[in-house]
Design a protein around this ligand. Sequence first.
Ligand code: FES
Length: 122
Amino acid sequence: MKVSAGRLEDLPADHAVAVGDGSVVVVRSGGTACAFRNRCLHKENPLAGGRVHEGTVLSCPHHFWQYDLPSGRHLGGRGVLPSYPVEVTADGEVLLEVPDPPPAMSMRERLLAHARSWERGS
Ligand code: FES
């Protein structure tokens, strides 16, 4: 599904911002934008608010793990952030292609899932 992150010129150059339902973070980098899952590879904390250094490094706001931009590769070799395709339209709008949210579970499905996890002792 396509999600708008607003206009490229309106994205801050110095920090990452969450978009849509908050599960995606967008970063301005190298005259365009890149988008990642809004979870750090360290402890799964949100990357939103992380500082962007010269458009080439994103620093997690929690314990300062650093990621290369636009690849999302951890600079210490701990992996790569899951990323999403970005399109900047002719009029400067940033569109992100993000996965559809999972379908909502009915109350019956939630109760069954809870009962199954309880039976397993988790
Ligand atoms: S959660 Fe990002 S560095 Fe620890």
